[in-house]
Design a protein around this ligand. Structure first.
Ligand code: GSH
Length: 229
């Protein structure tokens, strides 16, 4: 059994979806980020950046336990462990890593800031309604989704004609496009891909994990822990 340290967010879904897709049994440990569980000294031993997700695999390399933090590293570790969703050739793997890094360095941070300035900051006390920041992150997410749409015009999946951990990494953030104030009318390939990936049973199971706990960080405790306000 792999131990999954999790809260239902786009970064958390990468790990839960990968475990479901790879049919790896796991035990879920909730890290309530609105209450500050990410700062628990025991959690910091496996995730020193005080962010979830993280995993502990008791059957790691050489049969010894291993802990992994950073969702991209978790995806790569699990894909190597199972030999699944990483393509089959060196060219495939390079493409998977290009798009996985594109997600980790681009879509995740930019969409995260878009959520912050479009949804969370205006709810703070006092409200932080910052038009420049809203415009900047909305536009950058739109630019990234345009890149994705053009890539998907020529490839069924993001790394090529095969489903991979790169798709898994992008899907959760992309599925929340409305909250990022995006339009998809001009992105038919993105829309087609979103529907295809959303229909996968492994994606649905990973997305459903503790979905009832999803919050909007409106309460004062969450705002204090997450935004230091
Ligand atoms: N680069 C990290 C980002 C993880 C991350 O930002 N997780 C958020 C939830 S989506 C978190 O744990 N936030 C807690 C906090 O901000 O204190 C990864 O991909 O694993």
């Amino acid at each position: 059994m792999i131990d999954l340290y999790f809260w239902p967010t786009p970064n958390g879904w990468k790990a839960s979806i990968a475990l479901e897709e790879m049919e790896l049994p796991y035990t879920t440990h909730l890290i309530n980020i609105g209450k500050g569980d990410q700062f628990d000294p025991e959690f910091l031993k496996i995730a020193p950046n005080n962010r979830m997700p993280a995993i502990v695999d008791p059957d790691g390399p050489d049969g010894q336990p291993i802990s992994v933090f950073e969702s991209g590293a978790i995806l790569m570790y699990l894909a190597r462990k199972t030999g699944r969703f990483y393509g089959t050739t060196e060219r495939d793997r390079v493409a998977v890593e290009e798009w996985l890094m594109w997600q980790m360095g681009g879509v995740g941070p930019m969409a995260g800031q878009a959520h912050h300035f479009l949804k969370y900051a205006p709810q703070l006390h006092p409200p932080q309604d910052l038009p420049y920041a809203k415009d900047r992150y909305r536009a950058e997410v739109g630019r990234l989704y345009g890149v994705l749409d053009r890539r998907l015009a020529e490839n069924e999946y993001v790394a090529g004609d095969f489903y991979s951990i790169a798709d898994i990494s992008i899907w959760g953030w992309a599925s929340l496009w409305e909250g990022q104030q995006q339009v998809l009318d001009d992105k038919p390939h993105f829309t087609r891909w979103l529907e295809t990936v959303s229909a996968r049973p492994g994606v649905q199971a990973g997305r459903a994990l503790h979905a009832e706990l999803r919050g909007d960080h409106r309460d004062k405790q969450s705002q204090g822990v997450l935004f230091k306000r």
